[in-house]
Design a protein around this ligand. Structure first.
Ligand SMILES: [Ca+2]
Ligand SMILES: [Ca+2]
Length: 111
């Protein structure tokens, strides 16, 4: 059995949007088109995760403040090819096929 990636698919949205959180390993999240999905990062560390299908204005990224990230000012946003990469104290989140210029504080919940 061929393994093309070590990345585990842990969460897949469905229905009217979902709250998705992965493990400490590297996860891939699949957002559901047209649904308001919330991608939750609340582990120390949460790994190097990947979000596919992120919808600007509909989907949100939720970060637990006890990970050391308390506001958008604590998030480093960079562009890597076609992806946006968010770097936090406890991991990174790659948003596939997303322009980093579209990321702002309204895309996050800090809880
Ligand atoms: Ca969605
Ligand atoms: Ca993870």
């Amino acid at each position: 059995m061929a393994t093309t990636s070590s990345r585990a698919v842990k969460a897949r949205a469905g229905g009217d949007g979902a709250r998705m959180s992965g493990g400490a390993d590297d996860d891939t999240f699949f957002g559901e088109a047209g649904a308001e999905d919330v991608f939750v990062f609340d582990l120390i560390p949460f790994g190097s995760d990947l979000i596919r299908g992120f919808e600007n204005g509909a989907d949100r990224i939720e970060i637990a403040t006890y990970t050391g990230v308390e506001s958008f000012e604590d998030v480093a946003v960079t562009q890597d090819g076609h992806s946006t990469v968010l770097s936090f104290a406890e991991g990174t989140v790659e948003i596939a096929n997303f322009d980093s210029a579209r990321i702002n504080a309204s895309d996050f919940f800090f809880v």
